[in-house]
Design a protein around this ligand. Structure first.
Ligand code: ATP
Ligand code: MG
Length: 557
């Protein structure tokens, strides 16, 4: 059976399970009123009782001797009293005896009942530690020395983290970190973990997080906070450990790849929406190409200084952006090697939805020109403060020939392991994007410049929120209609030197886009030295007459 078929069956099964679960939920604990409340109390109590039994049972399974001895003595006590027909209480004594023998088990049961998550994670960590020598050998992390002894990679310690246990593993002499990375998928499978994330601690030492949760719960985005609007670390959702997940925008081009319905819209709006407060301050300027006729970007049109919704209209936008790069080269030469956005001199972010439409499915001439312009923007723009966030369904060569020019990649659900390979290259084995379930849109592997993938889930942005954010933080050219409170907050933030420096902006500084209201936010312009008048040019000497060219060359011309 090929991968596509198994993938299809798995997706169909997952969908069925999810549907059944939600039906059951709706009929029981999700019901409104008293009936729902009764179901919820019953489910809660049942779960706690089950956890108590599980804690006690697990301990008893591991310590059969005290259990058997306790049971034997208790039954014996009861039997003697009964058979001999002695007077007195025949229950309290044997029960107390049993309790004494089962005391550690009762303690474990109570712990499991009161803190089930913590209990399960600790049990898992103990299991990992106990079975490490066997697993390490089976996963190829061992070697036989010439004297016959077997060495295995040392498990320094196992610690708990939210939703995961983290194994610190050390290489032995003769082993390389690459051996550890190669063994990571096998270790993950051996411990029946839902996923893994390796991270380097120091040379020869690796932290391998094994996740005990299969999915990251979905969350809906909220109105972005002004303090978050720094393009160095835009909070876009949550990691598997439940911590905020951030994407770097400044100094990075980002390629977002995902099958249809994988949640590229969430990725796009999580970046654009969270950076929105920096737009009216003149610190970030969005340019939009929505090659699906504007269906996605029109929702937040006010955030964008320029948009184009067709392939032909996209080319002038790309040319204009290239002109920004050329102007920046002049102003930044010898001054700075990485552009720092300031009011009136913004970070330009080109947001593209459905890049393949322009790069692969357009007319030949348009495609060629788009390829030329995009190559220039991608190779020259990063340090000059012009970055690209491009979303695409199809990662194949003809659609994204320039994927190597994007240092940061976000792989949402993909159709096959071949596509994961195409997008993530050597990192694909650590980031199996084709394994992300169709029922978890917005879940993605984020691979930064360091090549370490991490699983994140973008927050969901609904249409109303996008419209509201766009109306609150419109691009300066459209700011006249902005609600006053939003603008005041942005201005206060810009003046208070939030996350980005606010510097004087000379009134003749080259403008990279439409006139910005941010000029009003910026401090008074510095007086400028009047320019010396140009020297008149010396008249050119008349050219010498050209020698006649051979006919063949003339034809070539
Ligand atoms: N972060 C998320 N959390 C929960 N659900 C999401 C999330 N992102 C998207 N969805 C759901 O998945 C659906 C499809 O998402 P979206 O339109 O962003 O996909 P897409 O990748 O842009 O697809 P296409 O390529 O066809 O445009 C949404 O309508 C929404 O119901
Ligand atoms: Mg889309």
């Amino acid at each position: 059976m090929n991968t596509a078929t198994t993938g299809g069956i798995r997706t169909a099964l997952n969908t069925k399970i999810t549907a059944t679960r939600s039906r059951l939920r709706a009929a029981t604990v999700g019901r409104p009123g008293w009936s729902g409340k009764a179901w919820r109390i019953a489910a809660w109590s049942g779960f706690r009782v089950w956890m108590f039994a599980r804690g006690l049972g697990t301990w008893a399974g591991k310590h059969p001797l005290p259990v058997a001895l306790g049971a034997l003595l208790a039954v014996g006590w009861w039997g003697v009293l009964t058979l001999a027909e002695l007077p007195g209480d025949r229950t309290t004594g044997p029960v107390l005896l049993l309790v004494v023998f089962l005391l550690p088990g009762l303690f474990m049961g109570t712990w499991a009942m009161l803190a089930p998550r913590r209990y399960l994670l600790t049990m898992y960590a103990w299991k990992v530690r106990d079975s490490w020598p066997k697993v390490a050998q089976s996963c190829g992390l061992s070697a036989r020395r010439p004297d016959g002894t077997i060495v295995i990679s040392r498990l320094v310690h196992v610690r708990r983290a939210p939703g995961a246990v983290v194994l610190r593993i050390e290489t032995f002499t003769g082993q390389t970190p690459d051996d550890l990375y190669r063994a990571a998928p096998a270790i993950c499978t051996a411990f029946r973990a839902h996923g893994y994330e390796p991270s380097k601690v120091k040379p020869g030492v690796l932290d391998l997080a094994l996740f005990t949760t299969a999915t990251i719960a979905p969350a809906v985005a909220s109105v972005p906070g002004i303090e978050n609007a720094t393009p160095d670390n835009v909070p876009v959702g949550r990691s598997r450990a439940g911590l905020p997940a951030c994407v770097q925008v400044r100094g990075q081009h980002t390629l977002v790849v995902g099958a249809t319905g994988a949640g590229k819209g969430s990725a796009l709006w999580s970046v654009v929406g969270n950076l929105a407060p920096a737009v009216p301050a003149g610190l970030v300027q969005f340019w939009g190409l929505d090659l699906k006729g504007g269906v996605e970007l029109e929702m937040g049109r006010a955030l964008f200084a320029r948009v184009a919704y067709s392939n032909d209209a996209a080319l002038p936008v790309l040319r204009e952006l290239l002109a920004v790069i050329d102007r920046r080269k002049e102003t930044m030469r010898g001054v700075s090697r990485l552009h720092v956005p300031t009011p009136g001199d913004p970070l330009h972010v080109l947001v593209i939805d459905e890049l393949a439409d322009l790069m692969a499915y357009a007319e030949f001439d348009v495609r060629r020109e788009a390829d030329r312009l995009m190559s220039k923007i991608l190779t020259q723009g990063r340090a000059l403060g012009v970055v690209v966030l491009a979303c695409v369904q199809n990662p194949r060569q003809e659609a994204v020939g320039q994927r190597n020019l994007y240092p940061q990649k976000i792989a949402l659900r993909l159709d096959s392991d071949i596509e994961s390979d195409m997008v993530l290259g050597p990192h694909a084995r650590l980031a199996p994007a084709h394994d992300i379930a169709g029922t978890e849109p917005g879940t993605a592997y984020l691979v930064g410049e360091d090549g370490m993938p991490s699983l994140i889930r973008f927050d969901y942005w609904d249409d109303d929120l996008i419209r509201h954010v766009a109306a609150t933080y419109p691009a300066p050219a459209l700011a006249a209609s902005a609600p006053r409170e939003g603008m005041d907050a942005v201005n206060a933030w810009a003046r208070a030197r939030g996350h980005l420096a606010v510097v004087d902006t000379p009134d003749d500084s080259p403008t990279d886009g439409p006139a910005t209201e941010a000029a009003a936010v910026a401090p008074a312009p510095r007086p400028r030295k009047p320019r010396a008048p140009r020297k008149p040019r010396a008249p050119r000497a008349p050219r010498a007459p050209r020698a006649a060219r051979p006919t063949a060359s003339a034809e070539e011309v």
